[in-house]
Design a protein around this ligand. Structure first.
Ligand code: ATP
Length: 256
């Protein structure tokens, strides 16, 4: 029996289900250099829902990073549109500078390198993300500490990055990305600098985050060994999506 309680209104279809956290609709991205035009994305559409962890793979130059830049509202598409939590936020003429606060509150970014500030401790690195958002320092520090503890870093709060392992640094970066409780996490090769055991731990952490925080997570990865940890994998080839391999229903991918 399912332990999910569904209201009668939802059961009879009277209440619409929530929109996808990320919806990319027929997006193109062209880059011009001199006389040549590169079609980095050529008509990509995809939805990612709450609780889902989706892998994005494909050969070098297939458009993966461009897709994340557009999903993260860091670049506008040349055509098409991007909706976050049902709101149309990015399209060719969109002024993305005006979305800075929206971006901070809806999207968390994780990169290959943790990029922590070396002279701040782990807890200070995470608290800074909150202070930028006008959370008072004491409250920011308390929340950052609790967040790090929830990622098994409670014993590392006062360590500087140089005293942390690569996997620990990446978990601090994950905590920093989660600080503003985003509904969408975008990770670009987050495990590339880690060995396979620590890489899997970070991906398992994403699964946990998707489940417990009902976030949507998109992870660009080259790592074929990690594909079983995604609910779905979207493959890009020459700026187009190819085969979408389903590994199961959202939240059902391996926790092994
Ligand atoms: N700023 C830019 N100016 C011109 N061309 C670009 C720019 N950014 C990306 N491209 C081109 O767009 C295409 C897609 O690049 P993108 O970085 O998205 O691919 P990728 O799949 O992330 O590659 P990799 O796995 O090597 O990081 C490539 O042909 C690339 O050269």
């Amino acid at each position: 029996m399912s332990d999910r309680v569904v209201s009668p209104a939802v059961a009879r279809g009277a209440v619409a289900s929530p929109p996808p956290v990320l919806s990319i609709r027929d997006v193109q991205r062209l880059y011009r250099s001199g006389d040549t035009t590169v079609r980095a994305l050529d008509g990509v559409s995809l939805d990612i829902h709450r609780g889902e962890v989706v892998g994005i793979s494909g050969p070098s130059g297939s458009g993966k990073s461009t897709l994340l830049l557009i999903a993260g509202l860091l670049e506008p598409p040349s055509a098409g549109e991007v909706l976050i939590d049902g709101r149309r936020v990015s399209y060719p003429a969109a002024d993305l500078d005006r979305l800075r606060t929206f971006r901070r509150n809806h999207i968390g970014f994780i990169f290959q390198k943790a990029n922590l500030i070396p002279f701040l401790t782990a807890v200070e690195n995470v608290a800074l993300a909150l202070e930028i958002d006008h959370v008072p320092p004491r409250a920011a520090r308390a929340y950052a500490g609790a967040l790090l503890a929830s990622l098994d870093l409670g014993h590392r709060l006062d360590n500087h990055p140089s005293r942390l392992s690569g996997g620990e640094q990446q978990r601090v970066a994950v905590a920093r990305a989660l600080a503003n409780a985003p509904s969408l996490l975008l990770a670009d090769e987050p495990t590339a600098a880690l060995d396979s055991v620590r890489g899997r731990q970070v991906l398992q952490l994403f699964r946990e985050i998707a489940r417990t925080r009902q976030a949507a997570v998109a992870v660009v990865t080259h790592d074929q060994r990690a594909l079983d940890l995604f609910d779905r994998t979207i493959e890009l080839s020459d700026g187009r999506t190819r085969d979408v391999a389903m590994h199961g229903t959202p939240g059902a991918a391996g926790t092994h």
